[in-house]
Design a protein around this ligand. Structure first.
Ligand code: TUI
Length: 315
């Protein structure tokens, strides 16, 4: 049994969050994770308020456990989404890809727990001052939109910078990673890539197969020149995107246009010519498709083994 203060704070059995992944994390996956004792999180990505409201009603019909909604702050519908989350009284909001400062007080006043993803100590301190419940310190090993810092140096520095609880993310895929995150001072973890291959995840099977087949060096960062680096599996899409990105004659707008929609194509069509398969550096470790429940139970058991066993050469 791994129980940390995060379990009481969020009313969950295990301190494991499933990352809100665009075009991947829907009500079905979130409910499966929450029913298994973790915190399932729906991604509101670029969706509008009507889609989100339906998805919230669906998750409420599938679980009576707490769940979360991830708000991607670059979403053009973000203001309306922020309001729907208050109306629907969602238990937890996580944010990504920007500074949630203008929303935090409103959400907290509505009784919602607010947990921004932060890529630096500066943003962690800002989130704490703005009233956030906790922060997720996410290293650049993650899939999707990433910051500059790696998880190992980021997490202990964020733990020292703030007094609110810190959840670690980025590059965590098994119990050894969870044990390491807890040793760094985190009270919980968020995993994305491991849940991409869950049975309940509604994505094209090609996406899951690509993760299962991936080796350690099979992810790459694209979009650095656009100011929002994105980590994805190496495919013919990322090769041609990087070629265009490294060609000084390519206008930024052309690149933005090229990238837009590519994640939906990966998730729904499994097409590696035109799809962007966002995934973290831990993909190489993930070798098995399992139910969300079995993923959680395996992670918990592995974490207990890692922490209880200690290290044989420490006397
Ligand atoms: O948000 C994510 N991962 C994502 S969002 C996404 S959709 C997207 N697609 C293409 C381009 C951009 C977004 C795919 N994956 N993870 C959480 C995360 N947040 N990682 C990094 C950050 C972050 C970055 C800057 C958080 C705050 C921040 O603040 C900058 C500021 O405004 O101060």
């Amino acid at each position: 049994m791994i129980k940390t203060p995060l379990c009481d704070l969020l009313n969950i059995e295990f301190p494991i969050l499933q990352g809100g992944m665009a075009w991947v994390s829907d009500a079905q996956l979130a409910a499966a994770v929450s029913n298994a004792g973790g915190l399932g999180i729906i991604s509101s990505m670029n969706a509008d308020e009507n889609w989100l409201r339906q998805e919230i009603h669906k998750v409420k019909s599938l679980t009576d456990k707490p769940f979360g909604i991830n708000v991607m702050l670059m979403n053009p519908h973000v203001d309306k989404i922020a309001q729907v989350l208050i109306e629907e009284k969602v238990p937890v909001i996580t944010t990504g890809a920007g500074n949630p400062g203008k929303f935090i007080k409103l959400w907290i006043a509505a009784g919602i727990k607010v947990i921004p993803v932060v890529p630096s100590t500066g943003l962690a301190r800002f989130a704490e001052r703005a009233g956030a419940t906790a922060v997720i310190a996410e290293g650049g090993e993650s899939g999707g939109h990433v910051g500059d810092m790696a998880t190992l140096p980021l997490v202990p520095q964020v733990c020292d910078a703030v007094s609110i609880p810190v959840i670690a993310a980025g590059g965590i895929g098994d119990g050894r990673g969870i044990a390491a995150a807890l040793m760094l001072g985190a009270v919980g973890v968020q995993l994305g890539t491991r849940f991409l291959v869950a049975d309940e995840t509604n994505i094209h099977e090609n996406y899951k197969d690509k993760i299962i087949k991936a080796k350690d060096i099979d992810t790459v960062l694209t979009g650095k020149s656009l100011g929002h680096p994105v980590r994805a599996l190496k495919t013919s899409f990322t090769r041609s995107f990087l070629k265009a990105e490294n060609d000084p004659s390519t206008p930024k707008e052309t690149l933005e246009e090229y990238g837009r929609g590519a994640l939906r194509i990966a998730a729904q069509e499994g097409d590696s010519q035109n799809g962007c398969f966002m995934a973290g550096q831990i993909s190489g470790l993930i070798k098995e498709k399992q139910s969300a429940k079995n993923i959680i139970l395996t992670l918990v058991k592995e974490t207990e083994t890692a922490l209880k066993g200690g290290l044989q050469w420490v006397k």
